[in-house]
Design a protein around this ligand. Sequence first.
Ligand code: PEP
Ligand code: CO
Length: 459
Amino acid sequence: MNDEVIDVDSLRKESNWQPASWQAFEAKQQAHYPDQAALQAALDELSSLPPLVTSWEILSLKEQIAQAQAGERFFLQGGDCAESFAECNSDVITNRLKVLLQMSLALTHGLQKPVVRVGRFAGQYAKPRSSDVETRDGVTLPSYRGDLVNSVEFTAEARRPDPQRLIHGHAMSSMTMNFVRALVDGGFADLHHPEYWNLSWVKHSPLAEEFQRLADSLGRAVNFMETISGRRAGALKRVDFYTSHEALHLHYEQASTRQVPRQTGWFDLTTHFPWIGMRTADVDGAHVEYFRGIRNPVGIKIGPGADAVQVQKLLEILNPQSEPGRMVLIHRMGASRIEEKLPPLIRAVQDTGSPVLWVCDPMHGNTETTGSGIKTRRFRNIMSEMELAIELHHQNSSHLGGAHLELTGEDVTECTGGARNLDETDLERAYKSIVDPRLNYEQALELSMLIVSKFEKLA
Ligand code: PEP
Ligand code: CO
């Protein structure tokens, strides 16, 4: 980037959008590669590799999001804050899938509508950071920016951005996708067998028992339907699962941005649903410019600093035709600020008449640090933001259409509270996240049940 003042509007008007157009805009949160030739070589290789998803899948997700905008579906997006290459393994992938399947079953059953399932996985490898550098004991090194860029260990070697990681990240995403697709298509998601989704480490949890009751009653309903109709309900054997990640690393996204036969326009084929993080959602920034030209449905994180004009401009730039299914606004205000911050934004969007899906991320506005320096979130605040979100949309003639969560199927203690009432001392027992604290299985399932009961109270 040079320091000249950029006239963004005229740049946008005169340019015919291309996957590289963003390079003329200010790109925040990008890695600084010491060897530009090595970066270019990696990007060239990346752009010749097969994509991770197809335009058909992307367009069918867009249709499902349009249905969620109309109130006919609920959108569930969840997974790790940051995936890591070291955890690209069978157990982590299946356990995360099990939690998401259990949650989506609880939501489908309770809300009486189908769920759009979107994993924060198969590419969630790049992270925004509050500072470019980190200093420990007088030594300053580049910050860890996710496994797509560098490695978390605090050594100069590990922290140097390595372009080969882009190729590796693509391969790891592809392995993750391949395994998820094989599980889902091979019968793992079969509604006749919700017992496949039990996590072996969960012993006698009251919530596991509650889920069991729900699954049993559903099983009886499925059997009844099949007996009456004399047919096995084949459609119940598989579900749609989509992928998502924060499209932060723009060179990486650009390398997989393609045109496809019999479709107009460009698709970001690294994932079905890319989103822009709160720190890079500037109207005049490179991320918004990149997203403007792709046909995927897109998410934008909206934090407490966003105002009505900014949100209206984002819709105007990213969805000028008011296309259904295109825009998902993910608000993450924090339990203490949502009542003040959200209603004006709901009204601002209503004034545009443009369709959006409102999703609540009750995680990122509720992060705090304990006295002993551990990053955590209180379940009570997460739940409270979620409940307030449902209520505030309802009061403002809008509706909350989904939840965006950080969760894992591993046995972790990273957020306090929940059914087992974890406290600060529990955090030391099984804190594994390298970035943000995630909900564990029980907390995630409890949250889905609370979402259901909050909607039931409003009805
Ligand atoms: C995230 O989703 O991990 C994240 C960094 O969120 P936000 O952009 O909302 O801060
Ligand atoms: Co996070």
